[in-house]
Design a binder for this molecule. Structure first.
Ligand code: ZN
Ligand code: ZN
Length: 256
């Protein structure tokens, strides 16, 4: 059985721990290595069980602690070719292994499949983690739009961690300068609550048990608005999946 723990999510740092019982992999390490160790401990995960760090893309809210964490724990870092170069990983971590979008790698008992996302980064990736039980967690964050490739990669997941970055109206009326608003709304920006709700509607099969909204903006969103959009979308289908919003400050656990 896989267990997924969002150690924290938002523009100040992102990290997600996926544990099989035998081992743990970390997706992104956007907090300092020390803070990541602390958050793993709070979530009841021994940092020495982490076998690898996967990096979705090179933005600092996903990369900040990767080099020190991987070096301290002497574990490999997995990233796309583009992220590898843009993150300047070579020589700074014990080993870099390249992820090719569309391919699957095994890290212990966890199968990791990747797909391309649409974001203003070198070669950003989304992920699907599958345990021996056959149940999958799909993760899509930092993407300005949803493509057919993403829908295919995320089909049939038992749990979904999906970016729910902003409420469109709050962004429109909020204090951000126009160029930042344009970047967030762009095809290489971030998914809104409405976009996340639309995606979850498409992916709501009988297997789906849990949905968590990721990367909520502290300026242009609230946990209430993000969960209301997701709950509403599932309620219209009469779907019973649990919904919550990940927080920046404290971990939350996703049941598969
Ligand atoms: Zn980003
Ligand atoms: Zn981000």
């Amino acid at each position: 059985m896989l267990r997924a723990t969002v150690l924290g999510s938002g523009s100040a740092g992102n990290a997600l721990a996926i544990s099989s019982g035998e081992e743990t992999v970390l997706l992104d390490c956007g907090f300092s290595a020390r803070e990541t160790d602390r958050r793993l401990g709070c979530a009841g995960i021994d940092p020495s069980t982490v076998r690898a760090v996967l990096v979705s893309h090179e933005h600092s809210d996903h990369l900040r602690g990767v080099r020190v964490f991987a070096s301290c724990h002497r574990i490999p870092v997995y990233a796309s070719r583009g992220t590898r170069v843009a993150s300047d990983l070579d020589g700074r971590v014990p080993e870099v292994r390249v992820l090719v979008p569309g391919e699957t790698v095994s890290i212990g008992s966890i199968a990791v499949a990747t797909f391309r996302t649409s974001h203003d980064a070198a070669e950003p990736l989304g992920f699907r983690f599958t345990g021996r039980c056959g149940r999958s967690l799909g993760v899509l964050t930092d993407s300005g739009l949803v493509t057919d490739e993403m829908l295919e990669a995320l089909a049939g997941c038992a749990a979904l961690a999906i970016e729910s970055n902003h409420d469109e109206e709050m962004l429109e009326r909020g204090p951000y300068p126009w160029f930042l608003k344009r970047r967030i709304r762009s095809a290489e920006g971030h998914l809104s609550n409405a976009a996340a709700a639309g995606l979850v509607t498409t992916l709501a099969t009988d297997r789906l048990a849990s949905v968590v909204g990721l990367h909520l903006s502290s300026t242009n969103n609230t946990a209430h608005l993000a969960t209301t959009a997701l709950v509403g979308a599932l309620a219209r289908l009469g779907h019973p999946a649990r919904v919550e919003a990940a927080r920046q400050e404290s971990p939350c656990v996703l049941q598969l």
